[in-house]
Structure formats: C-alpha cells, structure tokens
Design a protein around this ligand. Structure first.
Ligand SMILES: [Zn+2]
Length: 146
C-alpha cells in the first residue's frame, strides 16, 4: 500500500510539533517560508530566526531508520540581510588562506592548498629540495627586468 499523500502534511504541528509540509509544497500553503539556502540566495541570514516550519520527505539518503528527511523552514519576512565581511575579517581570511598555501618548511607559496597530512610541506616525492633551481632562475629574470 503506498503511503498516504498526507503522511508529511501537518498544518498546525499537532503531529510533528511544528507545521510540516511535504517536500515542494510549503509555498502552496505558506508563501512566507524558505530554507536556509533559499534565504541565503536572497541575501538573507537565518541568524536569530526561529524555525517556523519544516519540510518532510522520504529519501533513501536519510540516515534515519524510517528513511525520512527533514529541512528547517524560516520566515524570509523576518530575516535580516547577511552582514558583509568587515575588513578585519577579510584580512584574517586572507592570512588563513596564505598559510594554507605556504610550505611550513621552506616558505614556498603554492597555487594549491597544502595538505596538513604531510605537515603542510612541499608535496612529495620531490619535497622542498627540487625548487631551489627554479627560484634562482626567477631571481635572475627579475634582475634582468629591473
Ligand atoms: Zn617546502
């Protein structure tokens, strides 16, 4: 027997605690609802917001025994815009990125993130040693240009 179409519908929250809608149906019952990602796409933050309702749907990807997944819904009308990053935050983020790109042994800066699994050093098999020659070459070309 297929599940009843109203299995995930609970308008007043009497069954699930908060108003619950089947996946894809919340807009039809209450247009002023959105997921975190939907609010973020509108430049809105869920910070300080209470969960207003939830989506509920059956999915094999659910870790739950009943194979049900849920998603929190918030009120876009109450949400505030995402705060832009402050200059200090941007500096801190840049420093963190630079650290992730810089070899902890020789200080070479890479285009890619260096994994912490090898102590954030130049990648094997060559490691730090192999780059002495290209760096000297780089120094020479700078001298020519200047
Ligand atoms: Zn290195």
């Amino acid at each position: 027997m297929p599940p009843a179409p109203t299995r995930f519908l609970d308008l007043d929250g009497s069954r699930f605690g908060i108003p619950t809608y089947p996946w894809g149906w919340s807009k039809h019952f209450d247009p002023d609802l959105g997921t975190k990602a939907q609010l973020r796409a509108q430049g809105l933050s869920i910070a300080g917001l209470e969960v207003a309702a939830q989506l509920m749907w059956a999915s094999t990807r659910s870790p739950r025994r009943d194979r049900v997944r849920t998603a929190n819904l918030y009120r876009p009308s109450l949400a505030r815009p995402v705060r832009p990053m402050t200059p200090a935050q941007e500096r801190a983020l840049s420093r963190a990125h630079l650290a992730r790109h810089t070899c902890s042994e020789c200080g070479r800066v890479w285009d890619v993130y260096l994994p912490t699994s090898n102590g954030r050093q130049c990648p094997p098999p060559a490691g730090c040693r192999s780059f002495e020659a290209p760096e000297r070459e780089f120094g020479r070309s700078v001298a020519v240009a200047a």
